[in-house]
Design a protein around this ligand. Sequence first.
Ligand code: ATP
Length: 304
Amino acid sequence: MSGGVTVRVPAKVNVQLAVGGARADGFHDLANVFLAVSLYDEVTVTPSPDRPYLTCSGPYAEQVPLDSTNLAARAAEALASRYGIDPAARNVHIHIAKDIPVAGGMAGGSADGAAALLACDALWGTGASRTELLGICAELGSDVPFSLVGGAALGTGRGEKLTDLEVGGTGFHWVFATADGGLSTPAVFREFDRLTPQAPAPEASPALLEALRSGDAEALAVTLTHSNDLQPAALSLRPALAETLEAGVAAGALAGLVSGSGPTTAFLAADAGAAEKVAEALRDSGTCRSARAATSPAPGARVL
Ligand code: ATP
């Protein structure tokens, strides 16, 4: 692929997702503690002679839309419009090597949006500042700015206003169990609204932030119970996820929770060895489609 730019971008897990009531604009105020994890998509942008087009490879490729609704295509278009990129130069081939589960609450689409933005920025040499890129990310979606910065951050507003967070120690070990079929994020929020007519204002948990700062997995595990306000809604729409959560904890995970809006479930493990054991037990349990170990925090979108 001569003349192409490849960007690697991580998935995320929400260690806390505190959700307020629906706002007048339909969004919810959030206190969203993001951790980037070491499951990555790679997005390559290459000049195309005649037309823009998208391709995707990897285990989840058939679930990815290859039209203008794809967040990678929307990111390229948004950057081109903002910086007046010549129509001929806008003809790019975007290839997504997808390893982040689709519609799994791990911000895979947002990750590809951030990656395509950074790749096109490098290809076209727009000279956009980090702040300008983050602004375009926020317009593309609430989770897109975090995909660009990675690491650990608190997202407020609808999740797009980010404050960096410190993670101590050597980081955390996770297992992610994917489920058959996705869950629509808007549908999970609608179920949240139905189950929680009077949601209090969302606030980050001081104990959870302290556990991150100290890198203490056992202390973090204690704070993960009830840290995801969307979990009851995801379980209501997909009751079988309770069995996956039970299987992971029975296999030795320190804690298990639904990742974001689900249906991926996330398990915190004491160390790399424990994570491998939990992943194997989950694969054998028949309660999930696949289970993979990963670490956090991971770096944000990077040109390779
Ligand atoms: P989040 O955690 O941000 O709520 P998610 O991980 O649950 O998101 P995504 O993988 O981003 O979900 O996919 C949600 C939907 O977005 C998909 O069903 C798909 O139709 C659409 N989509 C658009 N662009 C992409 C992309 N690049 N990769 C995957 N899905 C995409």
